[in-house]
Write a protein that binds this ligand. Structure first.
Ligand code: GLU
Length: 277
């Protein structure tokens, strides 16, 4: 009787271990199902936004998801996420990977794993033309940004006397600027510049040369999903080597880009951020 109980326990234990291992191998699961689910933004021009003609979500982040799914030999499915919802959606298993303008931080790395840095930018402001020359010109002012972003945290530190208004996304924060409800919108320059480029009244605004942080972007995966992390890193490093990563950059930000011409000052390498082990 006792031996049977031990045997049953042992079987249950092994089954639980197998279950845990299977749950953590998103790469194997995606190959089995034939689909890879990427969480992307749908209102962030240049990275993930709805194309007016095709109504598809397109952008730099979408192209990286596409290349990774293609390399896996599976179909890509896109799900919309916001800055605040992306990590909870990943942890809940609703998406397999985050490709959503997400900065790699030591704090976020406690919850999820990151790929190598695949995009690099820094946090700035959009203001009305001629109003802001230096950071302190924004002290005590109302500033719009997005909930759950590093932009929100950085601006609170850089301008402790300002009032930070957090929206679901950056176009909503920009609308608040257009309506005179805030003095500035703050987030990554790459996002600000693309929002501004698309605005019909863009000549009224500018992005002063005031940068308050570095923002290296990483693709986010579940903690301990080591096969997927290795596969994604290998794929994006190969994309860099073959010139495919630069082609995607040029498509969205380069001379032939949709909106905003940005110099590519980074290369995708396996160099770690200072806090990464
Ligand atoms: N890259 C920053 C972040 O990860 C700001 C852009 C965003 O909200 O996605 O929070």
């Amino acid at each position: 009787m006792k031996r049977t109980a031990v045997l049953v326990l042992a079987v249950l234990f092994v089954a639980a271990l197998c279950g845990a291992a299977a749950a953590a191998d998103t790469l194997a699961d995606a190959k089995k199902k034939g689909v890879f689910v990427c969480g992307v933004k749908d209102s962030t021009p240049g990275f993930g936004y709805i194309d007016e003609k095709s109504r598809d979500i397109v952008g730099y982040d979408v192209d990286f998801c596409q290349a990774i799914a293609k390399k896996m030999g599976v179909k890509l499915e896109l799900k919309s996420v916001t800055s605040a919802s992306r990590i909870p959606q990943l942890i809940a298993g609703n998406i397999d990977m985050i490709a959503a303008t997400m900065t790699k931080t030591a704090d976020r790395a406690k919850q999820i794993d990151f790929s190598v840095t695949y995009f690099f930018t820094g946090q700035k402001f959009i203001t009305r033309k001629g109003e802001v020359k230096k950071l302190q010109d924004l002290a005590g002012k109302r500033i719009g940004t997005a909930k759950g972003s590093t932009s929100e945290q950085n601006v609170k530190k850089a301008l402790p006397t300002s009032t930070v208004l957090s929206f679901d996304d950056y176009p909503q924060a920009f609308l608040a600027l257009q309506q005179g409800k805030v003095a500035a919108v703050t987030t990554d320059e790459s996002i600000l510049a693309n929002i501004l480029a698309k605005a019909p009244d863009k000549t009224k605004y500018e992005i002063p040369n005031i940068q308050i942080s570095d923002e290296p972007y990483g693709l986010g995966m579940r903690k301990g999903d080591t096969n997927l992390v290795a596969f994604v890193n290998k794929t994006v490093l190969e994309m860099e080597k073959r010139g495919e990563a630069k082609k995607i950059f040029d498509k969205w930000f380069g001379p032939k880009g949709m909106a905003y011409h940005m110099a590519r000052t980074f290369k995708i390498t396996d160099k770690k951020e200072s806090w990464e082990k």
